[in-house]
Design a protein around this ligand. Structure first.
Ligand SMILES: Nc1ncnc2c1ncn2[C@@H]1O[C@H](COP(=O)(O)OP(=O)(O)O)[C@@H](O)[C@H]1O
Ligand SMILES: [Mg+2]
Length: 388
């Protein structure tokens, strides 16, 4: 998990960069009893599916947190692969850093959110441990790791994600977000959407993880919730970074950045690139204006194996999501519709790509006939135009 203000770096956060949106909570008797009490306060104890584990059980599952069980490390602690002795289930165990106990609030939020929210594109919380001052979260194990592991800094022998898989991951992540925004009641603002929080299961099935930063969205006639700025530099919507005003559209912006990373293979922030190319969205904005530049934006790792029109459409969705004005960004439900359509248009390698549609950006066709109509009405002179 990486909970820290927007001024931090994207990877391997130092302890000083991690901050809670609230003052560190004083841990009283520090037991799973406290966690259960918090859950009961919310009146939702009937829905809790997560089990409680003792520290001893989780130490046994990870061979005493042995280095060769380490899966990765985020801003709030280390993640280990383990096998639960009682059920033989393979799990991922996140051991939160104990220093400062800043993570206690996030620990509670994570347990509460994941106990209440269930969707095929959200990671499952198997259980948790609040033994003494230990705080651990036990998740289903996601065998293919994170999207970040498949997009950036790949070892030479690792398979590159092909276009179809990229679109499958994009639509699945968008569906997870749609569930939080539109199905959860009240809506949940995720706040920490980024490639390392999109975990991949068999067949590259994506699931969103890390809910410690999630916020309940505005209710009634309120348009936003005001909060201290948290999240990850490079993914934060500008209005949220500047004013702390958080809306569902802040998540849509972060989704746009993730989609750009999926299409371009570039990191949200990459200081090893040439001047002017450090910030992905700043690099992309001028290119969105000229359709002839779109092929320059495709990840070179794709080696040209992508549908030209699909690339255009995916870039159109990303461009709309990262608009400066939050009200101009689409609702995540519209993004899901557009990406579902895009993902259904399978690209066949080395052969003629499937290019039947030509819908205008953001208006995915409802029927094949509609799409054909729009395609045939688009004139050749459109070809050099950009997205805005
Ligand atoms: N449920 C899981 N299954 C498999 N790997 C996981 C799981 N959760 C986390 N990981 C791995 O551990 C790494 C660290 O996770 P995390 O602490 O959430 O930090 P971050 O999200 O900043 O990378 C992830 O990037 C991922 O590779
Ligand atoms: Mg994470």
């Amino acid at each position: 998990m990486s909970w820290f203000p927007c001024t931090g770096k994207t990877k391997k956060k130092s302890k000083s960069q991690k901050q809670s949106s609230h003052p560190p909570e004083k841990l009283k008797s520090n037991s799973s009893f406290v966690v259960k009490k918090e859950i009961q306060k919310d009146g939702c104890d009937h829905h809790i599916a997560a089990q409680t584990f003792t520290f001893r059980e989780l130490a046994a599952a990870t061979k005493n947190f042995r280095a060769d069980c380490l899966l990765g490390e985020g801003g709030f602690g280390r993640v280990y692969k383990g096998r639960l002795e009682s059920t033989n289930q393979i799990v991922a165990i996140k051991q939160l850093d104990r220093n400062g106990l800043q993570g206690n609030r996030e620990f509670l939020v994570e347990v509460l959110m994941l106990s209440l929210l269930h969707h095929p594109n959200l990671v499952n919380l198997t259980g948790y441990c609040a033994d003494g001052d230990q705080r651990l979260l036990v998740y289903e194990f996601m065998p293919l790791g994170s999207l970040e592991d498949h997009l950036h800094d790949l070892p030479p022998d690792k398979k590159r994600l092909d276009w179809n898989t990229r679109m499958k991951i994009a639509v699945g992540a968008a569906k997870g977000l749609e569930y939080l925004h539109d199905k959860a009641n009240p809506p949940v603002i995720y706040r920490d959407l980024k490639c390392s929080n999109i975990l991949l299961g068999e067949g590259y099935h994506p699931k969103l993880s890390d809910f410690g930063l999630a916020k309940l969205g505005p209710v009634g006639d309120k348009t936003h919730v005001s909060t201290r700025v948290m999240g990850t530099y490079g993914y934060c919507a500008p209005e949220y970074a500047m004013t702390g005003q958080l809306t569902l559209k802040s998540d849509v912006y972060s989704f746009g950045i993730v989609l750009l990373e999926i299409i371009t293979g570039r990191k949200a922030i990459d200081n090893s690139r040439a001047t002017g190319e450090h910030n992905l969205v700043a690099w992309a904005r001028p290119l969105f204006k000229d359709r002839r530049k779109f092929s320059q934006m495709a990840d070179p790792m794709l080696q040209g194996q992508y549908p030209t029109r699909g690339l255009y459409q995916a870039l159109a969705v990303a461009a709309m999501c990262v608009q400066e004005q939050p009200t101009m960004r689409p609702l995540i439900a519209d993004v899901v519709t557009a990406l579902t359509y895009l993902a259904s248009q399978k690209y066949e390698h080395e052969s003629q790509p499937v290019q039947r549609s030509g819908f205008a950006p953001g208006t995915p066709p409802r029927t094949r006939r509609d799409s054909d109509k729009k395609y045939s009405s688009r004139s050749e002179k459109d070809q050099g135009r950009g997205l805005n």
